[in-house]
Design a binder for this molecule. Structure first.
Ligand code: NAG
Ligand code: NAG
Length: 156
């Protein structure tokens, strides 16, 4: 089944209204894309790539929006080991999570060092839980699917 609903979002912080693209894009089954312009297109069934050009906007996509964000380095062995686990987590749990206003994302700290510095990332990978754009806590775990899933479910 294919969901092509796109939602028009306005950012209070920007002076001009941003409207969603009218052109539907083919999506993975179960994925919904929220096109909000300004380099922001959030998809429910993937780990959304965040960069300085859209990090703040993504975290404020809706009032009360919660994010689980993996900060990683593509060359770090622990990050490499987590990559398929995180991908599976986003694919399996992301759709339900979006219905609870929870989103999954990732920041490449090699490409975006300053953004990671701003979030006090001292080791890779680090998973942080954000609410309303604020870092709330680090998700300490064994970097397993089960533990991310458990953390997510207790937010429901
Ligand atoms: C979109 O992203 C690109 C590359 O990161 C950046 O150069 C550009 O300024 C961004 N556009 C907006 C509107 O933020
Ligand atoms: C954020 O911007 C980057 C380019 O800087 C882009 O690759 C990525 O898809 C954008 N993320 C979202 C959630 O729109």
């Amino acid at each position: 089944m294919m969901f092509l609903n796109s939602v028009q979002l306005l950012f209070a912080a920007t002076a001009t209204a941003v409207t969603a693209s009218a052109i539907p894009q083919p999506l993975e089954a179960g994925a919904k894309t929220y096109n909000a312009g300004i380099n922001l297109s959030i998809t429910s069934a993937i780990s959304n790539i965040l960069t300085p050009s859209n990090f703040t906007e993504a975290l404020g996509i809706e009032a009360g929006a919660q994010w689980l964000i993996k900060f990683y380095s593509p060359t770090c062995p622990y990050s490499k080991r987590l990559a398929p686990v995180w991908e599976e987590f986003a694919k399996t749990c992301g759709e339900d999570a979006v219905s609870k206003n929870i989103y999954i994302g990732e920041v490449d700290c090699k490409a975006n060092g300053y953004l990671c510095q701003q979030n006090d990332i001292s080791g890779y990978p680090t998973v942080l839980y954000f609410k309303d754009g604020q870092p709330i806590q680090e998700v300490i775990n064994d970097r397993t699917f089960v533990e991310y899933d458990a953390f997510l479910k207790q937010l429901y």
